[in-house]
Every structure is written in structure tokens, then in C-alpha cells.
Design a protein around this ligand. Sequence first.
Ligand code: S3P
Length: 175
Amino acid sequence: MYEQLILTGPMGSGKSSLGQILAGQLGFGFIDLDHLIAQQAGKNINRIFHEDGEERFRQLETAVLESIIGQRQVVIATGGGAVLSETNRGLMGRNGLVVNLTAALSELVKRLEPTNDRPLLKGEEPLESRIKRIVEEREPFYAEADIRIDTTCKTLEDTAAEILAFYEQKRLENL
Ligand code: S3P
């Protein structure tokens, strides 16, 4: 039986907010991978990218994922790029039910426009084309999930209910 729900998806797809709701409803713990990475590095994600580079961030991401992947009864919100690593994808796929959150490009832009905590979205390139490029590059990896849920125009509660129904169905199949 699955005792771990792992959320993947691009920045702005709602992984952290939904993860907390799902954890509450399942009575599971909640782990935000980026939060743990920042805690372990002693600095926020922007500073890790700026001072140590993306490669170092990806190393930390894998190390932290490895350190928590054995935990049961948890919902894990991953960072949008966690799926880039084959090692990470293997760890996720073997240990939990992987739920990929998607959203229309316009919706991602709307959600990400007011934020400034995403190092990959900084720079000259317009936000929309940058997000589009990142999402397209990762699409085959996001597609490896057990289920994909479009969050466009849905409330967090509706999306959570959809995920919980799928989780329950899988749980019963595996009893
Ligand atoms: C990243 C997404 C971020 C964070 C880092 C890199 C990415 O997490 O891990 O800025 O590569 O897409 P969120 O998806 O939670 O924003």
C-alpha cells in the first residue's frame, strides 16, 4: 500500500499549498523539499543558486530527497526541477504515488508574476516564454507520474479531493 504521496509539477502548480492540505486530510506529515534544502544549506533557494550555482542546488536536492524518501505517511512537495534527475525519478517512483500537477501556461504566469523567489525566472527573457521553455523541457519527466491533474481554474480543495479519490482507489487496489 502507498503511504507516501509525492507531488511534482512546474513552479506555480500548487505543490506546496496542496501538499499541506492533502497531508492534513490524510493525517500524514508534510515535507517541502525546498524548505528542507534551504534549512540544510542555511540559506534560501535564491542564495543557493546565486552563491553556489544550480548544480550544487541539484546535488542538495538529491541528497535531501534520499534522506527523507524512506519516511512513511508523508506528503512530499518537490521542487519543479526535481524530476530532471534520473536518480530522483527512480527514488520517487519506487517509493510513493507520484502525482503531477499541471496548469495552463497563462495560469502559471498569473501565479508566478507577483513572486520573486524563483531564481530560474530571473533575467531578461520574458516570464511567459521562460516558463513555457522550462515546462516543455520537463514535460516527458512530468508525464512519468502515476496521475496528472490539471489545476487550472480549480480550487485547491477541488484538486485535493480529486487526488484523494485517486489515492483511495490505488490504496484499495493494493490492499
Ligand atoms: C525549481 C523550482 C523551485 C525550486 C528552485 C528550482 C525548478 O521549486 O526548487 O527554484 O527548477 O523548477 P518550486 O517548484 O516549488 O517553485
